[in-house]
Design a protein around this ligand. Structure first.
Ligand code: GDP
Ligand code: MG
Length: 282
């Protein structure tokens, strides 16, 4: 009853499995997600009298249904609603790694952001102001060097703190997608809310965004709601046509641009380049 469920997510090669091993030690086992061949690693760790159940999710760059890994990760979150989602980011390429973090925030996930491979970032002369980043994103940020188990205790503490919050204590992140998409997204969001389409799983605006991003799984699910699906598809088609004609681009590209714009602002003053980077010992 007192067990805290924790999902470890992040881009491939950000150090999730290394962190998972550092946290769980030998208390782990490997299984499968039903019906597919993606490995499911689960483990346990005891911290301050509380049991944490940790799942190592497959690495993903996005949460759109473009690959099996992305589908597994987001369906796991929607199906099991873990108490805490730990997003493991590579501190050396923070801008790119935050693209996934932003999507977790838009999904309304109870996030803790890990900046892993801090040792590598330092070697490259990068100094990161984690507190400032935490303020900007409104989530706890913890620095780790998973390879050496550094930051483990701070992470466990942050996870347990975050786990005390309950849904309703925070809102999904709202990003503006500009004058061409925002009004349409707003309208679609209202339709989705009215029909309660997937709203037990995702924020309504997130579902609208997935339509605009041409997410196949969401579109297929939408077809069970005939009229709603037609309206959503029609709105998406129209906005795509408009983007093509007047801006020579498409909605997915605009969405990605605005997300990176949000990330650029969030990172302003967060990353400093050291004049005298530590030399790599050769
Ligand atoms: P995953 O794909 O996210 O599960 O990443 P892995 O845990 O497999 O790690 C990818 C690579 O990064 C491995 O070679 C790890 O040894 C290495 N690695 C993980 N964490 C760190 C870290 O904090 N610092 C450094 N320098 N390397 C790390
Ligand atoms: Mg892994």
């Amino acid at each position: 009853a007192n067990t805290l469920s924790v999902a470890l997510a992040g881009n491939p090669n950000s150090g999730k499995t290394t962190l998972f091993n550092a946290l769980t030690g030998s208390r782990q086992h490997v299984g499968n997600y039903p019906g597919i061949t993606v490995d499911k690693k689960e483990g346990f760790v005891q911290a301050a009298g509380q049991e944490l159940h940790i799942v190592d999710l497959p690495g993903t760059y996005s949460l759109t249904a473009y690959s099996q890994e992305e589908l597994v990760a987001r369906n796991f979150l929607a199906d099991t609603r873990p108490d805490v989602v730990v997003d493991v980011a590579n501190a050396s390429s923070l801008e790119r790694n935050l693209y996934l973090a932003v999507q977790f925030l838009e999904m309304g996930a109870p996030l803790v952001l890990v900046l892993n491979m801090i040792d590598e970032a330092r070697k490259h002369g990068l100094a990161i102001d984690s507190d400032l980043l935490s303020q900007r994103l409104g989530v706890p940020v913890v620095e780790t060097v998973a390879r050496y188990g550094q930051g483990k205790q701070a992470l466990l503490k942050a996870v347990q703190q975050r786990g005390k919050q309950t849904e309703g204590d925070w809102e999904p992140l709202y990003i503006s997608y500009g004058p061409d998409l925002d009004p349409v997204l707003q309208e679609m969001t209202e339709w989705i809310e009215r029909e309660h389409f997937l709203t037990d799983r995702y924020p309504a605006r997130w579902v609208a965004l997935k339509y605009m991003e041409s997410d196949d799984e969401i579109r297929v699910l939408g077809r069970k709601h005939g009229q709603l699906a037609s309206a959503l598809e029609e709105a998406t088609r129209k906005v795509a046509e408009h983007c093509e004609k007047t801006l020579n681009t498409y909605p997915e590209a605009i969405i990605a641009d605005y997300r990176y714009g949000f990330i650029t602002s969030a990172l302003r003053g967060v990353i400093r380049r050291d004049e005298h980077p530590q030399r790599l010992a050769v």
